[in-house]
Design a protein around this ligand. Structure first.
Ligand code: GDP
Ligand code: MN
Ligand code: MN
Ligand code: MN
Length: 251
């Protein structure tokens, strides 16, 4: 397989037609996978915002005050308000705000970005990244699969990497269950999250800084002859780590 960045994309503005901009720069094939950083999807969808758009309610003030006490740094309660408004559930409120977004992704600060956002304070994640991916997928010539990604931290490990927050035109996972390993043992549990793996690979090329390469094409990769599934975001029931966090408090 091969990965390459779509060249010469400009600064993305609200209303821009990302699919047309990609199609102008690459001859797409139907079996390419088009990986798009959520940052530019958000910009095109007008998801840049300012702190003054989020007057803080008491709950946000309480969270910000608590974070300030812990870190000794000033925390803007309007930022906490923005995070709460993007979220359906607060998983942890200190020493950082970890929430479930309205579309099911759990992330620090609800994925709200403060980098690569000219002229505004904040960039919210796309409202429904799955629908964003679907629109781009349907608008691109040859209708290749599309993954919308975001860089995010992980539990248990240092460092960030990209994960898929929306996808279309392919299943999220490749199901190996029922297939055999080299000893003929039947695989019982392996459902491989290929959209996350592809998003991670694309992020190696797109970079995190001023590279200006938010769209990466994966070429000559094959899903292969496997079952697929679109399960990605765990339900609370069955998510034992999250259940263990329910009564946890930062001290
Ligand atoms: P995120 O992981 O979705 O939060 O996106 P990042 O902020 O890490 O940006 C990913 C890549 O997109 C980096 O190479 C950025 O320089 C690039 N990027 C961000 N915004 C724009 C834009 O408006 N236009 C272009 N051409 N590149 C951008
Ligand atoms: Mn960013
Ligand atoms: Mn981001
Ligand atoms: Mn990134």
């Amino acid at each position: 397989m091969e990965l390459f960045a779509v060249p010469e994309l400009p600064e993305i503005r609200e209303g821009d037609d990302l699919a047309a901009m990609i199609a102008d720069r690459v001859d797409l094939r139907p079996d390419d996978v088009v990986c798009v950083a959520s940052t530019v999807v958000s910009k095109a969808e007008g998801r840049a915002a300012d702190l003054e758009d989020f007057p803080a309610a008491p709950r946000a003030k309480e969270i910000a005050r608590n974070l300030e006490d812990i870190s000794g740094e000033e925390k803007d309660p309007r930022f906490a308000q923005a995070v709460l408004e993007e979220s359906t559930d607060v998983v942890m409120e200190a020493p950082f705000i970890l929430t479930e977004t309205r579309f099911g992704h759990v992330g620090v600060n609800a994925g709200i970005d403060r980098s690569n956002v000219p002229e505004h304070d904040l960039l919210l994640l796309p409202k429904r990244p799955g629908e964003s991916a679907e629109r781009i997928h349907e608008s691109l010539p040859e209708s290749p699969p599309v993954i919308v990604s975001d860089t995010s931290g992980r539990s248990f490990r240092h460092g960030q990497r990209a994960v898929a927050i929306g996808w279309a035109g392919m299943p999220a996972s490749r199901d190996w269950r029922g297939e055999t390993d080299r000893d003929g043992h039947e695989l019982q549990v392996t459902v491989e999250s290929v959209v996350d793996e592809l998003a991670g690979a694309a992020n190696l090329v797109s970079g995190e800084g001023d590279d200006g390469t938010p769209v990466v094409i994966v070429r000559d990769w094959e899903f292969g002859d496997h079952g697929g599934s679109d399960n990605m975001f765990r339900e609370m029931r069955g998510d034992f780590v999250r259940q263990a966090l329910r009564d946890w408090e930062y001290e």
